[in-house]
Write a protein that binds this ligand. Structure first.
Ligand SMILES: [Zn+2]
Length: 255
């Protein structure tokens, strides 16, 4: 029963994240005007705005002009809902649940805005720092040290990749937005889970390129945003970074 409400709430937040992804980079208000069809300006009625259900009911088309609605809307809703559900499985009914579920929703917004516009808005990175401050409430004095080294370490590593990548490839290898975003990841996750996350970010990027390059979906010359991979890495770090470290230490070092 609780899972049901968590999933439902995730769908509603996902619906809002769609608005954020579309309007925020265009500097449009998130509240006004109410949602309308981008093709014909037909105002979207409440029954046409139910997450997932309306998309299926409308068969992916505007009820007025029949132009197709992007498949991304239901995907973002389902993904946000899934992130909420995973957060519930991980944290149970604690304050960590809303904090990290909303953090996950923020990562989804950042990922899709980076895909669309090749930017990571500073204001969103700043919001992303908040869970790091929330962790202080737990009263663990080691956290601040780990966060500090995470912030400086991950930011430094990405800055180095940016600097030396530009020398090696004679073009921008890593955006400055990615550097700031990585520093934020280190601040929230701490240096150890942060490092695991960034390893997973590079691993997921490598795997995806291994699949997409030969098929021609993307080309070598194309500028590919790295933000979405950082998002994947951070989220995997939130869910299981600590477990991965424990497993690694036990398996290879017998600690
Ligand atoms: Zn329309």
């Amino acid at each position: 029963m609780i899972s049901f409400f968590v999933i439902l709430f995730g769908l509603l937040i996902g619906s809002f994240i769609n608005v954020v992804i579309y309007r925020y980079p265009r500097s449009e208000s998130l509240a006004f005007p109410p949602s309308h069809c981008p093709a014909c300006d037909h105002p979207i009625k409440p029954w046409e705005n139910i997450p997932l259900i309306s998309y299926l009911f409308l068969k992916g088309k505007c009820s007025s002009c029949k132009s197709s609605i992007s498949w991304r809307y239901p995907v973002v809703e389902a993904l946000t809902s899934f992130i909420f559900y995973l957060s519930y499985l991980k944290f149970g009914l604690t304050w960590d649940l809303p904090v990290f579920a909303l953090f996950g929703a923020l990562l989804i917004a950042i990922a899709f805005i980076d895909i669309d516009h090749l930017i990571i808005p500073d204001s969103m990175i700043i919001i992303g720092f908040l869970p790091g401050f929330y962790l202080w409430l737990g009263g663990n004095s080691h956290i601040l040290t780990s966060q500090f080294f995470g912030f400086v370490g991950l930011g430094g590593i990405f800055l180095a990749i940016r600097y030396f990548g530009e020398i090696a490839f004679k073009k921008e290898a890593m955006g400055f937005g990615d550097v700031k975003f990585a520093a934020m990841a280190g601040w929230v996750l701490g240096w150890d889970v942060g490092l695991v996350s960034m390893f997973l970010a590079f691993l997921s990027a490598t795997l995806l390129f291994a699949v997409l390059l030969p098929t021609g979906v993307i080309t070598r010359k194309q500028q590919v945003p790295f933000g979405p991979f950082i998002c994947i890495g951070i989220w995997l770090g939130v869910l299981g970074g600590r477990e991965i470290i424990d497993w690694y230490l036990t398996f290879f070092l017998g600690v």
